[in-house]
Design a binder for this molecule. Sequence first.
Ligand SMILES: [Zn+2]
Length: 470
Amino acid sequence: MNSQHNRSQSQTSILINNGRIITADADYTADIYIEGEIIKAIGKDLQYNADETIDASGMLIFPGGIDPHVHLDMPFMGTYSSDNYETGTRAALFGGTTMVIDFILQKQGNSLQSALDDWNSRATGNCVGDYSFHMAVTDFNEETKKEIRHFVEEEGITSFKTFMAYKGALMIDDRQMIGLMEEVKQQGGLVTVHATNGDMIDYLIAKHRAEGKLSPLYHYLSQPEVTEAEASERFADMANYTGCPGYIVHLTCEGALNAVRNATRRNQNVLVETCIQYLLVDASLYEREDGAKWVMSPPLREKKDQETLWAGINQGLVKVVATDHCPFKWEQKLMGKDDFSKIPNGHPAIEHRMELLYSEGVHKGRISLNKYVEVACTNPAKIFGMFPRKGSIGIDSDADIVIFDPNAKHTISSSSHHMNVDYSAYEGWEVTGKVKTVLLRGKVAINENKCILDKGYGQFIKRNKVNGVI
Ligand SMILES: [Zn+2]
């Protein structure tokens, strides 16, 4: 017991020696001392008698990854996404993601509160890793308007998701969007958006079905780039008009990013998220026999769009790399074997975001180490009101820490992944860099490919108000 540091006996302590610490803006070798859930000291040759010492020589140390776009145990077309809160957050931890933000979907005609209760009934007590929710407002009216303040002030849910597509189920019209933006701005929150033109897409889906064009390729051809570019520009204009902070989820293409670039010329902040798949794989996959594995919305795009997105990261326009993790087993995907419009949308990626982004981004020289941490860890924490508790390696931050071997090589496969899905969208991909050890709030969660924590350790993290400037 090291009494000079007044450590209480109930708290365990860990000393991580000699790791190369990477944050969004620093790169240095030092020791990290953790007491309980919190980082207490960082420095060279720290002298503490810790309960446990980890030698991190030769390793990189990142803040725990944050994936702000996942759908766990999500009801969809009479089935559920195949990862529940336990399997999904555990798989995330294996890949160095210590926190996720999931989406609550309001049912049109019902209250926001009833949707929160529904989601809590599946999530509470079941998470291994930390989590939060975005509240998707699918029906904005005088009643739901009154609930916004409660979510921001009491529930710690400060981001409100909207859909400009999926009419009759999730979509709100522009009148509702403006009303929601005005209220959310007033309460100190952020509006996020699935920005695609729902009416255009509905028209194209109906046209292709009527012509008997039913293969997965027509999922892609029903959502051309213009549908996303148009909606992104419209969303940016409405956010600018109302002054509400705005965030575009899963942006995929050049046209949409150019709309955001234009908005920055009037000094508007439009926060942009892309997802790992849009950086790495393209629409040619839809011509394969098993193209349904990559059916998601928006769809995969062209090679030129991948280059635009990497450039967007380096230009500071793309702030976050998430996953939109929404896995369905192959049997579930077969619901749409005769009609692309019946394929459950989404793909599994929660486990591989950090390693793929490192291997394809940092290892291949597309982005810097600091940029990597910025888009995978720090910016999600800043944008969604959790910084510096999360997304940082600093004194008094949560001890969410990834110890990463930059040289270890491995191959992604459904035979070794931990997600509850019977295929991998990245089967056979060779990856350089591997998660070795993960700490979540001061506890070793993952070590040498084993998960040590149980479900129930993961906490709901209440988030602070946000202003859209990071
Ligand atoms: Zn999504």
